[in-house]
Write a protein that binds this ligand. Structure first.
Ligand code: PEP
Ligand code: MN
Length: 335
């Protein structure tokens, strides 16, 4: 249930509604909008008596929420959520690009890549320090050392850093260094990790699980928001299908489906969907045309020597060319 206040309803009137919601044993969550405040009612078991709240001064209307997810839904908040990080804004019609290697491997590697992606126009630097790998024998990331190297790259380039928090145990450490915390596809329904991310003051990129329905993905975002963190960016990264010509299948149709259901920004990662560089390039162009709120692309200075995801990593010069073309495409059809 959503209680929509009249334009310019005083703080006193808003508080009276909040108190009445809480008095009934529910949670009241005020959602500031462009024009008016709405108050979401959470944690109600069974239906809420709309007429009771309609009787309050300053209440414009009471809207039943039909979706199972609440805080993430367009029913709760009509305007797009815009999330500013450094020079980038996700959700305002622009197309900020996050770029960098799959994993941080050395100082030389991350500084070299950070400088080249910045020169090409990337707004944020990505790089994993804790890597969720399919095999326990594969490179697992440099851990704390990787975070320190990311911080060094941030200092040198000014780019905010995006890095993955893989579990609750290492969350505090990742949070200390990251500007944006990534929750990976394999962890999309790790509910204790989602709750921890919800208590963070840092924005979160929530990747779609490799076989997740839109509803399951939005419910995962709801876990984060329910804990109080409103800065959630969704990231489509391909889902598993029967095809063998690409690592995963990039679900381009999910972008407009998310925008219909949710006010949260949605970005696309063509790298983990494609798995091969040639496909990453053309899918990046599709992302620019789609109306996505951002793109995440893996770039490596020596992809043939990369310790993970070399085959899908663009060479810095390829990335530069892709950025130019994406910019041109976005200017024509992306908005
Ligand atoms: C990554 O971005 O490095 C990654 C592991 O992605 P995903 O969780 O989408 O597989
Ligand atoms: Mn990767």
């Amino acid at each position: 249930m959503l209680v929509v206040m009249q334009k310019n309803a005083s703080e006193e009137k808003i508080n009276a509604v909040i108190n009445a919601v809480e008095k009934r044993g529910y949670t009241a969550r005020p959602i500031p909008g462009g024009e008016r405040v709405s108050i979401g009612i959470l944690h109600n078991k069974g239906s809420v008596d709309a007429d009771h709240f309609l009787g309050f001064d300053g209440v414009k209307e009471v809207i039943p929420v039909t979706k199972p997810y609440k805080l993430v839904s367009r029913e709760f908040k009509q305007e797009n959520t815009c999330i500013g990080i450094g020079d980038a804004v996700f959700g305002n019609g622009s197309l900020p690009v996050i770029a960098g290697p799959c994993a941080v491997e050395s100082e030389n590697q991350i500084l070299s890549i950070a400088n080249s992606v910045k020169a090409a126009g990337a707004k944020l630097l990505r790089g994993g320090a804790f890597k969720p790998r399919t095999s326990p024998y594969s490179f697992q990331g440099l851990g704390k050392k990787g975070l320190e190297l990311l911080a060094k790259a941030r200092k040198e380039t000014g780019l905010p850093i995006v890095t993955e928090a893989m579990d609750v145990e290492t969350f505090d450490l990742v949070e200390e260094y990251a500007d944006v915390i990534q929750i990976g596809a394999r962890n999309m329904q790790n509910f204790s990790l989602l709750r921890r991310a919800g208590k963070s003051v840092k924005p979160v990129i929530l990747k779609r699980g490799m076989s997740a329905l839109l509803q399951e993905w939005l419910m995962a975002a709801e876990y984060i928001m329910e804990e109080g963190n409103n800065r959630v960016i969704l990231c489509e990264r391909g889902v598993r299908t029967f095809v063998k010509h690409s690592r995963n299948t990039l679900d381009l149709s999910v972008v407009s489906a998310v925008k219909k259901e949710s006010h949260l920004p949605i970005i696309v990662d063509p790298s983990h969907a494609a798995g091969v560089r040639e496909q990453v390039i053309c899918l990046s162009y599709a992302c620019a045309a789609l109306g996505a709120d951002g793109v995440m692309i893996e770039v490596h200075n020596h992809p043939e020597e990369a310790m993970s995801d070399g085959a899908q990593s663009l060479y810095p010069e390829q990335f530069k060319a892709v950025m130019e073309k994406m910019k041109a495409i976005h200017a024509i059809v992306g908005k």
